[in-house]
Every structure is written in C-alpha cells, then in structure tokens.
Design a protein around this ligand. Sequence first.
Ligand code: ADP
Length: 185
Amino acid sequence: MRRPNVLITGTPGVGKTTLGKELASRAGLSYVNVGDLAKEGQGAVPNLPAVCAAGELYEGFDEEYDCPILDEDRVIDELEDRMSEGGVVLDYHGCDFFPERWFHVVLVLRTENALLYDRLQSRGYTGKKLQDNIQCEIFQTLYEEAVSSYKKEIVHQLPSNTPEDLERNLDQIMQWIEQWMKDNN
Ligand code: ADP
C-alpha cells in the first residue's frame, strides 16, 4: 500500500512537532524530526569541525544565530531510503534543500506574532534569536521558501494559534491522506 509523505514546515515555535507527532500517530505514519535526526547522527564522519560531535549531521556552528549548521547532503542521504518508501511525516524549519519529489503535500504552519513571541520566550529564546524568529514569521520566510521550492498546488498554509486550530488541521490532513490513499492504491 502506497502512503504519502507530508512535510511540515514553518518558523520555530509554530507547532510543527506537536502537529507532526499527533498526525503520524493518528494516520499510522512515521514521524521524523530533522533537527533531532541531525543531532543523533549516524556513523563516524571524517574532517568534522571540532565543535561537532562525531556522527552528528552538522558541518559547523553558526555563532551569530547560535545554532548548528546542518550538513544537508548527508541529511538527504540518511533519509533517502525511508522517503522513497513513503509514509513519513517530516518536521523541519527549512524546506528548500529537500528533493522536490519527496513530498506529496507541504504544510506551512502560521502563528500570530504575540503568541509566537510567548512560545519562544518560554522556550528560553531571548534577544537577537527571539527577534530573528519573530521576523522570520512576519516576513513569511518559510511560506516563500515553500512556494519557491514546491509546486504551489501542494503547498498549504495552516493557522496554528489555538488547540482548536490543531484539531481542525488534524481533521483536514487526515481527510486529505484518506483521499490520497484511495487515489493512489
Ligand atoms: P515547533 O516544532 O514548530 O518548534 P512545537 O510543536 O514545539 O513547535 O510547539 C511550540 C509550543 O507551542 C509548544 O509549547 C506547544 O505546546 C505549543 N503549541 C503548538 N501548537 C499549538 C496550537 N495549535 N495551539 C496552542 N499551542 C500550541
């Protein structure tokens, strides 16, 4: 039975992990958090910068943004087999480096600034990191990235402000998955 791959993207704090895990559990798909995958890594890799622990799928550390830099090629290699099988919900705050053919639907979650601000603050973000993420949402950076990387017809923005939004999104995506399975099997 063929199953679709779902990309969930958006600014940090919009609710990707919350939606992604619940969706995977309800739909019987597997959930992959790209940030966690990179952190856990696979195997030993030569020539890593000293700041990276062996095995992590990083190629450096961004001092300005205070976060590791993903080794995108290795992340793709790592995921290729699973993605070609289908049935994966992928969660990441970026989307322009994945192969376009991987995804059957791309969901961009959106959150109002004041709510996002509170969520990121309670995650411990302050100063430039907090401001940059709020700006990222204001400028709809991830939505622009998604529509320039995938066919417009498969990219959908979903509001992610309240628990009611979460439930509505889950219902809609479940319906979409059921229809996809009917059409493709
Ligand atoms: P992301 O994976 O995009 O960084 P998370 O799923 O970790 O975001 O969610 C960030 C915070 O926002 C968490 O505290 C989560 O409980 C909360 N949250 C997520 N989705 C919603 C929603 N639809 N309504 C209210 N709070 C939410």
